[in-house]
Design a binder for this molecule. Structure first.
Ligand SMILES: [Ca+2]
Length: 151
């Protein structure tokens, strides 16, 4: 069911992109399209390099570095053995606003290279602005909530 929701959201986002760009008003740089199924949120900025906030208690993947571009996010209450086709292997930065530590993995089912990101309470140390630093750019496929990093 989760996978179906994400696919629907991604399809809607793609359609909105086409609709937003032609004839966009002068203030289009501040506009964004939000698709929220309750568990999955896709935000598509009119300006594809715009910085979009990550909601509290959500886990956020960004298409571009420094938390810019298309945002895919999930409520921070469960593991994701697969982030779905829309977000898979596309994130270049991440924010963990969940109340628990998150480990992001290169492959599905929590396999491969990983990076640990501290919880909401540790902000601003709860984010990675450039996943190239961890050799995980355009690679994240799953993530798991867990114990503090280094524990
Ligand atoms: Ca991957």
């Amino acid at each position: 069911m989760r996978k179906a929701g994400l696919t629907l959201a991604a399809t809607a986002a793609a359609a909105a992109l086409v609709a937003l760009v032609p004839g966009a008003p002068a203030n289009a740089r501040t506009a964004s399209a939000v698709y929220d199924s309750g568990t999955v949120r896709v935000v598509v900025p009119a300006d594809q390099n715009m910085q979009v906030a990550c909601p509290e208690n959500w886990v956020c993947l960004y298409r571009n570095t420094n938390f810019r571009g298309t945002l895919w996010s999930w409520r921070g209450d469960r593991n994701r053995s697969y982030v779905g086709d829309a977000a898979n292997d596309r994130a270049s930065s991440v924010i963990n606003n969940a109340y628990r530590t998150v480990r992001f993995y290169e492959n599905r089912n929590y396999r491969g290279r990983k990076v640990c990101v501290g919880r909401w309470a540790l902000r601003p140390r709860n984010k990675i602005g450039d996943l190239r630093s961890y050799s995980l750019n355009d690679k994240i496929s799953s993530y798991k909530l867990g114990n503090p990093c280094g524990g």
